[in-house]
Ligand binder design. Structure first.
Ligand code: ADP
Ligand code: MG
Length: 338
């Protein structure tokens, strides 16, 4: 759906060149929820604004829905942009207009004049985002979560193929964040909409994304399915994001491991079938070994339950090794270097 190759983008501020993206490659598959995570200033907003050409790259190729959009003239670009909706951290609603008028806005811009048609579309959108009873209210009469629902309704009014979300939940409390993410997920499934979601929060990625790219200083430093990136992060930036979300750090774990004097230290990852079986205790019994748990995390990645523990396997060395082989045989991912 979206293909960026060797994208460079720099801004010129008072004669000085400020690089924002430095040779970025990215491809987003039709119908997926693709997350981009990075720290402030990493280039996330620039990236998302390139996809609908609110910014033009300094260099590189950009293909969206099979079209080389960089070659489009103004008219082609205007009609192309209707295929892309966007929502923002601060909602960007028109404060002097009601909820209904905010949602009608993109339809009127497109040139729609049939009021009955517009009204039907407004009602359809309000149902979708669960705001039917707020139709005639003004934005200042709504909570943050409700405002973002209006933002989503407005973004989808023209039936776009792609929804871009730039820190769409960053101004919301955790519970409201969850409800907005749930709504985005329903919309993705119901409308087969491709969603590109930009965030600095790993939990947002974990909750709804299928794949994720980590952006650092204008480059993608790691990408892949969320389960892989979340459970086996390689790049230091990714590791920090993952560990921060767990209130932990590489140093904490190193310190814990440093205090352990015996046993084989391994990281065990449970996902799919291995999470549903009591494999750890079974193997402990069968091989006559003990597991000392040094750290652990359990939760869901999108809909998939998973867990990861770092253990010291105690007992006779051959039996400990046999236990690790058995764990691997049961589908547990066993890592010595992690
Ligand atoms: N309109 C602009 N003019 C000049 N510099 C900009 C502009 N927008 C972004 N930048 C610079 O580009 C870099 C990336 O910014 P941005 O894409 O907003 O990052 P993020 O959204 O990840 O915080 C930063 O160094 C920022 O200062
Ligand atoms: Mg930004």
């Amino acid at each position: 759906m979206i293909n960026l190759k060797n994208i460079h983008k720099s801004y010129t501020v008072r004669g000085k060149v400020v690089p924002a993206l430095n040779g970025l490659d990215l491809s987003v598959v039709r119908g997926e929820i693709f997350g981009v995570i990075g720290h402030s200033g990493a280039g996330k907003s620039t990236l998302v604004r390139l996809i609908n050409l609110l910014e033009r790259p300094t260099q590189g190729t950009l293909v969206v829905d099979g079209e080389d959009i960089l070659s489009f003239d103004d008219a082609a670009l205007r009609s192309f942009r209707r295929n892309i909706g966007m929502i923002f951290q601060h909602f960007n609603l028109l404060h002097s207009k009601t909820v209904a008028e905010n949602i009608a806005f993109p339809l009127r811009i497109k040139g729609e004049k049939d009021n009955a048609k517009i009204d039907a579309r407004i009602d359809q959108m309000l149902d979708l985002v669960g705001l039917a009873k707020h139709k005639h209210k003004y934005p200042q009469q709504l909570s943050g979560g409700e405002k973002q629902r209006v933002g989503i309704a407005r973004a989808l009014a023209n039936q776009p193929k792609i929804l871009l979300c730039d820190e769409a939940t960053s101004a919301l409390d955790p519970q409201t964040t969850r409800s907005i993410l749930q709504l985005l997920r329903e919309i993705n499934e119901k409308l087969k909409l491709t969603i590109v979601l930009i965030t600095h929060e790993m939990d947002v990625i974990r909750t709804i994304c299928d794949r994720v790219a980590v952006i650092d200083s204008g480059k993608i430093v790691e990408q892949g399915p969320v389960a892989q990136v979340f459970l086996h992060p390689r790049h230091p930036t990714t590791r920090n994001f993952v560990l921060e979300a767990e209130n932990s750090s590489d140093d904490d774990l190193a310190q814990t491991i440093g205090q352990v004097s015996d046993g084989l230290i391994r990281r065990l990852t449970f996902i799919n079938t291995s999470i549903e079986q009591p494999v750890l205790t079974q193997v402990a019994r069968e091989c006559d070994v003990d597991f000392l748990i040094l750290s652990g995390r359990f939760g869901k990645i999108k809909s998939t339950p998973c867990g990861q523990v770092t253990v010291s396997v105690r007992g006779d060395i051959d039996r400990a090794k046999a236990a690790l082989v058995k764990l691997a045989g049961a589908g547990v991912i066993v890592e010595e270097n992690f």
